[in-house]
Design a protein around this ligand. Structure first.
Ligand code: BGC
Length: 339
């Protein structure tokens, strides 16, 4: 896994360098060149592990950009603490401070229109990320973008980790040898575009791959490790010796399930996640997590920053970023399992 990670980081860095070189060559639309830009970033929750990883990478990419381009980038990063009103206030403040561009991870993805109204009134472009606004909102202005990663693709890869594992060694998943893999499912927030799609396609991929499955139960743990841990604890008591697989919509919930298994002194239950967060990758490495599906963080954060800097500086869009409908950028996933 280590060599794959290194390769992946190298590829990301090459990708990013190529991107910045190309954007640099593309020249500017405006006559006057800015020497510094201010980017307002609001996270739906600052304690979300996945977003914290993206935040770290965003800060790193901004430093690289400054060094390569000689343009000072001020990232003003705020935590909306799960409150849409707080986020609305943060956006107002960003605009009052004269931010050149906004990068918003909306608390309520169906309430983006309020933010868009404010941004459009100030003629300040917006890059939404991770929590996708509805199409009607995205279509309101050609300076609104979205950076994310396709939910279906992540789920199909997650399912294929289990399909491959089952084909290699069915006993590792069908622990009691009854010919069926009994699973429980931990889901993210019901309002999040990723939750339903990931759930549907992980299970569908197991069916398509010929894994005989039976669902024992499932529940919403809102992406959170502690909520997942509490649910798993109940399920371990309710279904003693029956749970063979835990399918999780993200790594944090997978880690929560593992926490509960450790507390109960249980071993051998397979757990799969999605994200490739730092603790998620460590759990794969240590053998606690059967596998995860990882985003290339550098590419994800690099795309946000590339669009933001391009918009703020008036640079022509770069051919290397492939947008869907001219505004959606979806970052690819890859499987991470211990070899
Ligand atoms: C990630 C979760 C994260 C959520 C936040 C999802 O795409 O997989 O880990 O908590 O986004 O919006």
């Amino acid at each position: 896994m280590r060599s794959m990670k290194k390769y992946c980081i190298l590829l990301s860095e090459l990708w990013l360098c190529a991107f910045f070189l190309l954007t640099g060559c593309a020249g500017t639309k405006g006559a006057e060149e800015k020497k510094s830009i201010r980017i307002g970033v609001s996270l739906y929750r600052g304690d979300d592990t996945f977003l914290n990883n993206i935040r770290g990478e965003l800060e790193r990419c901004a430093k690289d950009f400054e060094q390569e381009k000689g343009v000072k980038v001020t990232l003003d990063i705020q935590d909306a603490k799960g409150n849409q009103n707080t986020q609305n206030d943060q956006v107002e403040r960003f605009l009052a401070l004269g931010c050149d561009v906004l990068c918003i991870n909306p608390v309520d993805r169906t309430a983006a229109s309020v933010l868009i109204d404010k941004a459009m009134a100030a003629q300040t472009p917006v890059i939404f990320f991770n929590r996708q606004p509805v199409a009607e909102d995205m279509d309101r202005w050609d300076r609104i973008f979205y950076v994310g990663a396709e939910a279906k693709a992540s789920a199909v890869l997650q399912g294929s980790i289990v399909v491959d594992g089952y084909r290699e060694n069915p006993e590792k998943l069908d622990l009691n040898g009854d010919g069926v893999v009994s699973y429980v499912l931990l889901e993210g927030e019901s309002s999040h575009q990723d939750s339903l799609i990931r759930t549907e396609w992980s299970v569908q991929t197991l069916k398509d791959g010929g894994v005989p499955i039976e669902k024992l139960t499932g529940g919403i743990a809102n992406w959170e490790r502690s909520q997942a841990s509490a649910l798993m604890e109940q399920w371990l008591e309710k279904y003693p010796g029956r749970i063979e697989l835990v399918i999780c919509n993200n790594d944090d919930m997978a880690l929560g399930a593992i926490d509960a298994m450790e507390r109960a002194g249980m071993e051998g239950i397979a757990v799969v996640g999605i994200d490739g967060t730092t603790p998620g990758l460590a759990a794969v490495e240590s053998g606690k997590l059967m596998g995860t599906v990882a985003i290339d963080r550098t590419q994800y954060a690099g795309a946000i920053l590339a669009i933001a800097t391009g918009e703020a500086l008036g640079w022509e869009p770069d051919a290397k970023l492939e947008f869907e409908d001219g505004k959606y950028y979806q970052c690819p996933w890859q499987i991470v399992v211990k070899k």
